[in-house]
Design a protein around this ligand. Sequence first.
Ligand code: CO8
Length: 299
Amino acid sequence: MHSASKVLRVGFSRFPRVLSVAMKSTNVSSNVCSETGIGTLMMSRAPVNGLNYDFLKDFREELEKLDQDKACKAVIITSSVKNIFSAGLDIMEMVKPEPKRLRDFWLSLQDMWNVLYTYRLPTVALINGHSPAGGCLIASGCDYRVMLDKTYTIGLNETKLGIVAPFWSEASYHFQPASIPRFMDAFVALVGTRQADLHLQLGTLFTPQEALKNGLVDELASSEEEAREKSVAAISKFLAVPGFPRYMTKTSVRSQITARFVDGRDNDLETFLNFVQMPATQKTMIKYVEALKAKKPKL
Ligand code: CO8
């Protein structure tokens, strides 16, 4: 019997037997279900799964570990933090940064992204909470997205933070635009150029219904259990296709984006370092953090 049929036949028990558990840090953990061969990568950095250096490194390492686990056939990425998938980059990494740490931080984001976007196994983002900015980036890097239809939001809201949009537009002006990798490329690939143009400028955070309409997510679910079932069903479809041609096709469709990323990542790093350390950027970010702590940002 084909492995995909096996997954369908076994179904997804609410309490599946866990074949292997990799628990290295409290940030990110992973396990593989012995019945389905489905790996789960769990993000658990309270309070908001902020992507700091350690989290990004752990995330990449857990992904690589699952890839090397022969029992693992596909990966679901989700969160154990209530109402939060991920709030994106940990802004504190960029406020009054120490230069070496800042460099390592951005390199860890690039590395994580590179592994996720070119991942050999099928990946599904089970978006069970808010997913702004870097949270949306993680979801966009997967092959399929199932989102809980609750009062959550998802999107790239960087312009509203006043940081990344000036960064990328400044970058386009000052530093060879063609060679700059844009993490927003994956978002453009999902929602289309026109909608991306509009919503990246506006820093729109979509409701789940809007995200579905715009192609940013593939399915909605009314409960965590249903989201899990839909994620497993999506994986079964991926696994019904022979693995190598499926992976080669994924690689091929994403090749322009990944090539631009690989070619431009050094330039991207220097641009990021210059931008973040500019006094004006620091001023904006400090204000944003203050507003966040005072619960003022309007998402
Ligand atoms: N970084 C650091 N700390 C954060 C972040 C963050 N991204 N988000 C929230 N926090 C902190 C809060 O300040 C608060 O701290 P404290 O307890 O000390 O006051 C704590 O986490 C809990 O936050 P909330 O009380 O706000 O939690 P809620 O459950 O009420 O709200 C939200 C959750 C909706 C996620 C809310 O926290 C929020 O809106 N956060 C900001 C999200 C955001 O703007 N993220 C952008 C980060 S920049 C980024 O990711 C760039 C990505 C680049 C990708 C490329 C794009 C092109």
